[in-house]
Design a protein around this ligand. Structure first.
Ligand code: UD1
Length: 421
C-alpha cells in the first residue's frame, strides 16, 4: 500500500495552479447521460473518482474518452442502453448516486446498488429519493438496491429539509426534462450547483436561480450535447491557502476564484494571515509575527465549508491560543482529531465541538492514518510543520480528490514523497 513520507519543511513558497473541481465535474459527467449528442468537458481533474464516474458511464453504454494530456473528457451518450449501475463501481464512490436522476429521466428507470446495502439504510439518500418521488417517480429500496421508475417525470414544488448538495443536483438534473415547472426550495447554493446548472443550460435546459435557495426549472423535451469548462476546485484552493498559512509561507494560488473561498479568506485573516486578491491569483502569507486562535463553524455554502474543516483544524493546532471548531453538516467528521493527537496536538472532541489548544512546537512526526479524503489532507499539512518524519497511510482516500498533490507541494518546497510499501 502506498503512503506519504513527509519531513518537517520550511515555509511553502512559490506558485501553484489549482485543478478543476472534483465536486463539479462528477455531477456534470452524470448529467451527460441525458444528452442526445456528444459532450466535451474541459479542465477536468485526473482523479480516481473521476475515472470511476467515466467507468460508470461506460458500463451503461456511453462512449467515454479521457484525454489527460488536455484534461478533456468526451462523452457520447447516444447509445446508452442500460438502466442498471454495477455494484462493483457504485461501491467505490458515493457520488454514483448522481446518476440516478439523469438515468431515470433518460431511461424511465434506474437501478443503483447502495454501497453497504441495508446496513446503511435509505437515510443518507432520503432527500434525493423524496425529491424524485415528488416529481412522480416510484422509488423502492430493497435489499441494498434503489429502484426508481417513472414514465415521464412531472414538475413540482420540492422543499428540501436540508440544503443537500447532492439532492439539489439530482433533482435539478431530473427536473430539466420533466413535464412543466419544478421549483426547489431550500436548495443548496454551492458554486458546484451553479456550474452544473450552467452546463445543463448549455445542453438546452431552462434553469434559473442556481446559486440561491430557490431554483426554478422549466422542463424541456430534449437535451443536446454541449461543451463546458469546469470551475476551479475551491477545496483544493483552500488546502493550499491553509498550507501557506500553517507553514508561515508565501504562496500565490493561481486559477482560483476568490468569491468561492470567502470564508477561508475571512478566517485566515482573522487568525492574522495576509490574503491578497492579486491579478494572477490569491496570495496567502503566513510569514507574520503572530497567528492567533480563531473559531469556525461549518455550514452549507456560503458558510465555512465542512470539506475544509479538517485542514483548518490542523492549522489551528499551530497558532497561539485555544480555538473551537463546530461541525454542523456531518455528524461524525472529527476522525482527523485523533490522528492529530497522535502527532502531539491536544484536541478535545465533545460531540460536534472540538477544542484545539494551539502550539506549533507540540507537533511531532509519527505514523498516522488518512481516515477520509480531507482528514488525509489535514495530516499532510500537519506533517509539513511537525518535527521529524510523518508517515501518512491509506492515501488512496487523498488521491480520490487531489490531482498531483505530491508534485504541487514539492514545487512549493515541501519535503514529501510517495512510497510504495
Ligand atoms: C457534497 C460533496 C461533499 C461535501 C458535502 C457538503 C460532492 C461529490 N460531495 O456531498 O464533498 O462534504 O456536499 O458540502 O459534491 N443528507 C441526508 N439525506 C440525504 C442527503 C444528505 O440526511 O438524502 C445529509 C448528509 O448525511 C449530511 C448533510 O445532509 O449530513 C449534507 O450532505 P450533502 O450536502 O448531501 O452532501 P453530498 O452531496 O453527499
Amino acid at each position: 500500500m502506498a503512503k506519504y513520507i513527509i519531513e518537517q519543511s520550511g515555509p511553502l513558497v512559490g506558485e501553484v495552479e489549482i485543478s478543476g473541481s472534483k465536486n463539479a465535474v462528477l455531477p456534470i459527467l452524470a448529467a451527460t447521460v441525458m444528452a442526445n449528442g456528444i459532450c466535451e468537458i474541459n479542465d477536468a481533474p485526473n482523479l480516481k473518482d473521476v475515472n470511476v464516474m467515466c467507468d460508470i458511464l461506460r458500463s451503461i453504454g456511453a462512449k467515454v474518452e479521457e484525454n489527460w494530456y488536455s484534461h478533456t473528457i468526451t462523452v457520447d451518450s447516444r447509445n446508452i442502453n442500460s438502466s442498471e449501475l454495477p455494484y462493483n463501481l457504485v461501491k467505490k464512490m458515493r457520488a454514483s448516486i448522481f446518476v440516478m436522476g439523469p438515468l431515470l429521466a433518460r431511461m424511465g428507470k434506474a437501478t443503483i446498488a447502495l454501497p453497504g446495502g441495508c446496513a446503511i439504510g435509505d437515510r443518507p439518500i432520503d432527500l434525493h429519493t423524496k425529491g424524485l418521488k415528488t416529481l412522480g417517480a416510484r422509488v423502492i429500496i430493497d435489499e441494498g438496491l434503489v429502484n426508481a421508475s417513472a414514465d415521464r417525470l412531472k414538475g413540482a414544488l420540492v422543499y428540501l429539509d436540508f440544503p443537500s448538495v447532492g439532492a439539489t443536483e439530482n433533482i435539478m438534473m431530473a427536473a430539466s426534462v420533466a413535464e412543466g415547472v419544478t421549483t426547489i426550495e431550500n436548495a443548496a447554493e454551492e458554486p458546484e450547483i451553479v456550474d452544473l446548472a450552467s452546463f445543463l443550460n448549455k445542453m438546452g435546459a431552462k434553469i434559473k436561480g442556481a446559486g440561491t435557495d430557490t431554483i426554478r426549472i422549466e422542463g424541456v423535451h430534449n437535451l443536446l450535447g454541449a461543451r463546458h469548462s469546469v470551475i476551479p476546485d475551491r477545496i483544493e484552493t483552500a488546502t493550499f491557502m491553509i498550507g501557506a498559512a500553517i507553514t508561515r509561507g508565501d504562496v500565490l494560488i493561481k486559477n482560483s476564484v476568490p468569491d468561492h473561498v470567502r470564508p477561508i479568506i475571512a478566517k485566515l485573516m482573522e487568525a492574522g494571515a495576509v490574503v491578497n486578491d492579486e491579478v494572477d491569483g490569491l496570495r496567502v502569507r503566513g510569514d507574520v509575527n503572530r497567528l492567533v486562535a480563531t473559531d469556525i463553524k461549518t455550514l452549507p455554502y456560503p458558510g465555512f465549508p465542512t470539506d475544509a474543516q479538517a485542514m483548518f483544524m490542523a492549522f489551528l493546532a499551530t497558532v497561539d491560543g485555544t480555538s473551537h471548531v463546530i461541525e454542523t453538516v456531518f455528524e461524525n467528521r472529527f476522525m482527523h482529531a485523533a490522528e492529530l493527537c497522535k502527532m502531539g496536538a491536544n484536541i478535545r472532541v465533545d460531540n460536534r465541538i472540538a477544542t484545539i489548544p494551539g502550539n506549533k512546537e507540540d507537533l511531532h512526526g509519527t505514523s498516522v492514518i488518512s481516515t477520509d479524503l480531507r482528514a488525509g489532507a489535514a495530516l499532510v499539512l500537519a506533517g509539513l510543520v511537525a518535527s521529524g518524519k510523518t508517515e501518512v497511510t491509506n492515501i488512496y482516500h487523498i488521491e480520490r480528490g487531489y490531482e498531483n498533490l505530491v508534485d504541487k507541494f514539492r514545487t512549493l518546497g515541501a519535503k514529501i514523497e510517495r512510497v510504495d510499501d
